[in-house]
Design a protein around this ligand. Structure first.
Ligand SMILES: [Zn+2]
Length: 92
């Protein structure tokens, strides 16, 4: 799962923990063994990784369908630029 970037259209290979961004999600599906042996709900973590380039543009979220999906990172820079422009306009 961590062999490569979680962005399906990216081919970056996972090499170092400090490069890119690591995501942890709790597994919500019981495995066949857990159902068979009645061990109850076991909290188990799944790890996903985005390379540095993808982590700058995307984040990972758990969808309604219980899948881990790529979602765009909210852009903050344009909002800040707009606020500054408005402030400059008001001051002049
Ligand atoms: Zn990537």
């Amino acid at each position: 799962m961590l062999a490569k970037c979680s962005n399906a259209s990216c081919t970056a290979s996972f090499r170092f923990l400090h490069v890119g961004r690591l995501f942890q999600f709790e597994k919500r599906h019981l495995s066949a063994d857990e159902r068979t042996y009645g061990t109850g709900r076991v909290s188990e973590a799944e790890f996903f990784w985005l390379c540095e380039e993808c982590a700058a543009k995307y984040t990972l979220v758990r969808s309604v369908a219980n899948c881990v999906e790529l979602a765009p990172v909210k852009e903050r820079a344009p909002a800040v630029a707009r606020t500054r422009a408005v402030a400059a306009g008001a001051g002049a």
